[in-house]
Design a protein around this ligand. Structure first.
Ligand code: DSN
Length: 417
């Protein structure tokens, strides 16, 4: 019996249940993944016992003989993997990382630009319910209705009109390649800082399956737990010394206290894994799988925002199927296909009951699934959603769940016992 089982059997049982759930489910949420056993091991270590406010060589607590080299290793690996001059590996997650960008380069009330949430942006890119929208003046740009792709004419017009301090590109529901050079040109023209939020695509960039913002964006923020396949955490990167210093000050002492050293170690492990040749194979397969799944869904009459995908993510408007996103996601979940309901661009419905679902292929790719399995998953999704639209999906959900279990048994997930 493990210590956890003997000390707290309730939590041990719940963790075990979650592990079994993750093993038995086809996880299609595009921001999730399965980390390796090595990343899990680094996360669950005595490093959690240590306080380390400050940065290597300049800490406010003694006893940093081991923490300093761990954090330095993580930084050096991030710099080498992404080809940047500076990296900060301390942000607790993506939202604090983005807030640090505001703190570093803006004053309360200043204007910035970001992609509208329903067009694919993130809450921290100026949503009125986020501190980014409450304490600053966000100007939102959209995708074009006809193409579902970022409206770069609108970005330029708004930038010229509002002269933002910062322009954010990137987001959480963008199925297409982000045109970093085009954003950089506009940012230069209006004298704005270009911030690239690459949280979703960091692993694809590291693996060479998506263009990099390095050389275009002034600052880069990313989480470490999505396509990058590390622990839950984040990083900030920059080439310019002055900007890097401002970002460091914004993270500590501006926003955070002690870094989560166990997470820092696990980030270092994930960055090491991402530098191996097999990670590039994984990154390219993530994209190939997403394209195969998008094609299958499209052939089956699903309305994909922008018509398809260039990356790991597919955004589906279910309006034409006569089923809103929330009931569809719930029915799919009961069939063992885990997605999230999501707004689509110009969605007439509300975020808690939107028109679409968002899916992606990082997790299934980490399990070793390929194009044939993606076609099967697309067929199952169609069966469930079609049955739901006809009002009786129970038999289909039960049958598909059985078939999903057979598939997941053939593709064990990394990190799970
Ligand atoms: N929650 C993340 C996602 O699912 O995309 C963004 O922060």
């Amino acid at each position: 019996m493990s210590s956890l089982e003997s000390v707290d059997p309730q939590i041990a049982e719940l963790i075990g249940a979650e592990e079994r759930r993750q093993a038995d489910t086809v996880k299609l949420i595009p921001s999730e993944n399965y980390v390796s056993k090595a990343v899990l091991e680094a996360t669950g270590t005595v490093l959690t016992n240590k306080y380390s406010e400050g940065y290597a060589g300049k800490r406010y607590y003694e006893g940093q003989q081991v923490i300093d080299p761990i954090e330095t290793l993580a930084i050096e690996r991030a710099k080498s993997l992404f080809g940047v001059n500076h990296a900060n590996v301390q942000p607790y997650s993506g939202s604090p990382a983005n807030l640090a960008i505001y703190l570093a380069f803006m004053q309360p009330g200043d204007t910035f630009m970001g992609m509208n949430l329903s067009s694919g942006g993130h809450l921290t890119h100026g949503s009125p319910v986020s501190v980014s929208g409450k304490w600053f003046k966000p100007v939102s740009y959209n995708v074009r209705k006809e193409t579902g792709r970022a409206d770069m004419d609108q970005v330029r017009e708004l930038a010229l009109e509002h002269r933002p301090k910062v322009i954010f590109c990137g987001g959480t529901a963008i199925p297409r390649i982000i045109d970093f050079p085009a954003f950089a040109e506009i940012a230069r023209e209006v004298g704005a800082i270009l911030a690239a939020d690459i949280a979703h695509i960091a692993g694809l960039i590291a693996g060479g399956a998506h263009p990099s913002p390095v050389g275009y964006a002034d600052v880069i923020s990313t989480t470490t737990h999505k396509t990058l396949r590390g622990p839950r955490g984040a990083m900030l990167m920059a080439d310019d010394d002055e900007k890097a210093t401002l970002l460091n000050k914004a993270i500590f002492p501006g926003l955070q206290g002690g870094p989560h050293n166990h997470t820092t170690a696990a980030i270092a492990v994930a960055l090491h894994e991402a530098a191996q040749p097999e990670f590039s194979t994984y990154a390219h397969q993530v994209v190939a799988n997403a394209k195969a799944l998008a094609e299958e869904l499209s052939n089956r009459g699903f309305d994909l925002v922008s018509g398809g995908t260039d990356n790991h993510l597919i955004l589906i408007d279910l309006t034409s199927k006569g089923v809103p996103g929330k009931p569809a996601a719930k029915a799919l979940d009961r069939a063992g296909l885990e997605t999230n309901y999501n707004t689509v661009p110009f969605d007439p419905r509300r975020p808690f009951d939107p028109s679409g679902i968002r899916i992606g292929t990082p997790s299934v790719t980490s399990r070793g699934m390929k194009e044939a399995e993606m076609r099967q998953i697309g067929a199952w999704m169609d069966e469930v959603v079609t049955a739901l639209s006809k009002g009786d999906a129970e038999d289909v959900i039960t049958r598909v769940h059985g078939e999903v279990s057979e598939l997941t048994a053939r593709f064990p997930a990394p990190g799970l016992s």
